[in-house]
Design a protein around this ligand. Structure first.
Ligand code: ISE
Length: 345
């Protein structure tokens, strides 16, 4: 009886790579949650995921799935350009949302979600910046907070995928991949990004998925670099180093084994982010479900304001790349609904 009361019935919108992954995590790894509906424009794809994982229902109309009376909360993992519209539907119904990044494809659209939440006076949206739940990033943040490296001065970030999908333009390295770093930088350093410049290597003749290097400034004066290389070929590899006045903290590889063979030693790389951040996704989704049961937003998760900020930085970064100029990042004023004191309370 008690268990029934605590079960959150979830609709997962999108049965692609991330939708299927969320559906699996929810149905297998999250006590207190039920995979109520898996929805995809292609009902066959949704059916295939439902069969493999065991969803209660299959659907192809996202709006109708969100509106169902037997759905308490929604995971949005459909194509990027649909996120904002679907989040608005859920907000109208006051249903909690875990929205895959990006919250929206334009700053204007992201801001309209922030405004809708401010109008409601409640935070209902959590954005899927799962690195906030990754144990190595968590340790980096805790190490800085406890004074282990003195005052933070610089941060270097590397984000490498094995191969960019065919449709991946150079700009998507900034608008689709780097938002993870934009959020991690804001989260770890607890400040806003104020300016961005973008550079591509002249030696690279790739048509899709060119590497990009970004240089960012923060309001607190840190200097930050981000390299995104979506055609790294050797593995999925996310690195990060935080340099302080009294030491440095580096993210460690989460590999569980090391292979020693033929006079050499090596650790394996995961093929993509689902494997590297498996534990982060699980912790993120569990925290989200717990927050629905308690009615208290997860304080260290990314909210709609964080989603808006990452989108503004991405949009400004895309402009910096196309104009070859250092561009300043202009954010609206942070509404009190998202004030830091409130988040810490
Ligand atoms: C992809 O969309 C993701 O969200 C992954 O986490 C990221 O590592 C990858 O670079 C993105 O393209």
């Amino acid at each position: 009886m008690l268990k029934e009361k605590l079960t959150v019935r979830i609709a997962v919108i999108g049965a692609g790579i991330m939708g299927a992954d969320h559906a699996e995590i929810i149905s297998k790894d999250i006590p207190g949650a039920t995979l109520q509906v898996i929805c995809d424009l292609s009902e066959d794809r949704a059916r295939e995921v439902a069969k493999r994982i065991g969803a209660e229902h299959v659907a192809s109309d996202a709006g109708a799935a969100i509106r169902r009376g037997d759905v308490d909360a929604v995971v949005i993992a459909s194509p990027d350009e649909t996120h904002a519209g679907l989040a608005q539907v859920a907000l109208e119904l006051r249903k909690p949302v875990l929205c895959e990044k990006p919250l929206a494809v334009s700053a204007r659209e992201a801001l309209s979600i922030v405004e809708a939440e401010v109008h409601l006076g409640r935070q209902l949206i959590q954005v899927g910046f799962m690195r906030r739940f990754d144990p190595s990033y968590a340790d980096m943040k805790a190490g800085l907070a406890s004074g282990q490296i003195g005052q933070a001065i610089m941060m270097h970030n590397f984000h490498r995928n094995v191969a960019a999908p065919a449709n991946f333009s150079g700009l998507m390295a900034i608008t689709n991949s780097a938002p993870h770093e934009f959020d991690a930088i804001r989260y770890i350093l607890d400040t806003e990004i104020t300016a961005i410049s973008a550079f591509e290597p002249q030696t690279c003749s790739l048509e899709t998925g060119k590497p990009v290097v970004l240089v960012l400034d923060t309001a607190a004066g840190h200097l930050v670099t981000v390299e995104v290389n979506n055609n790294a070929s050797y593995g999925y590899d996310v690195r990060g180093e935080l340099i302080g006045s009294d030491g440095a903290i580096m993210l460690a590889s989460p590999a569980t084994t090391r292979i020693d063979k033929r006079l050499s030693s090596g650790t394996p790389y995961p093929p993509d982010w689902r494997f590297r951040f498996r534990e982060a996704y699980r912790l993120q989704n569990q925290a989200w479900v717990n927050s629905i049961n308690t009615g208290i937003p997860v304080t260290h998760a990314a909210n709609a304001w964080d989603g808006y900020c990452a989108t503004v930085v991405a949009e400004t970064g895309a402009m910096a790349l196309s104009t070859s100029e250092r561009c300043s990042v202009d954010l609206q004023e942070r509404p009190s609904l998202y004030s830091r004191q409130r988040a810490a309370a």
